[in-house]
Design a protein around this ligand. Structure first.
Ligand SMILES: [Zn+2]
Length: 150
């Protein structure tokens, strides 16, 4: 399961009752993207929630793909967001705090930790393959990205 399948909407029940409809808890579920983040119910949310929901939509759902928001870009952008927080030196607990403040989302720190570990291993694999293929640029880039994460 991708990390974006393990990102949840905070105050889910409260938001659903403000919107007077139900939607899944998972932030990147199709129906959540449609109902919460692209829906017309925004005006029904309290102001603090509106700001977070709008920020999320602006930061992750802003592509021009025809299938938007079901094109995969939101998930990709969110993964980049997590890696950037890690590169700034944040640990899993702090990353969970920041996504709560920024977008009213939460995840379990253990899931974030495994995601970061997997990312490091992926980059190590890229590095090793580039080494075998004698692609020094790719190898160097993977090593630098990895160094930012560990
Ligand atoms: Zn897209």
């Amino acid at each position: 399961m991708a990390i974006t399948d393990k990102i949840y909407v905070k105050n889910h029940r409260q938001l659903a009752s403000q919107l007077e409809t139900s939607f899944p808890k998972g932030a990147f579920k199709g129906a959540t993207l449609d109902i919460l983040f692209q829906g017309e119910g925004l005006a029904k949310l309290n102001e603090a929630s509106q700001d977070r929901v709008l920020d999320f939509a602006e930061d992750f759902l802003d592509c021009d793909c025809q299938a938007n928001p079901h094109c995969g870009c939101p998930e990709e952008k969110f993964v980049r967001y997590l890696l950037e927080l890690r590169a700034q030196g944040l640990g899993p607990d702090a990353i969970v705090d920041v996504m709560g403040d920024d977008y009213m989302l939460y995840a379990y720190p253990g899931d974030v930790l495994s995601f970061l570990d997997d990312s490091v291993r992926t980059l190590e694999a890229v590095e090793a393959l580039a080494d075998v293929d004698a692609k020094p640029d790719v190898e160097k880039q993977a090593r630098e990205s990895r160094d930012e994460l560990v």
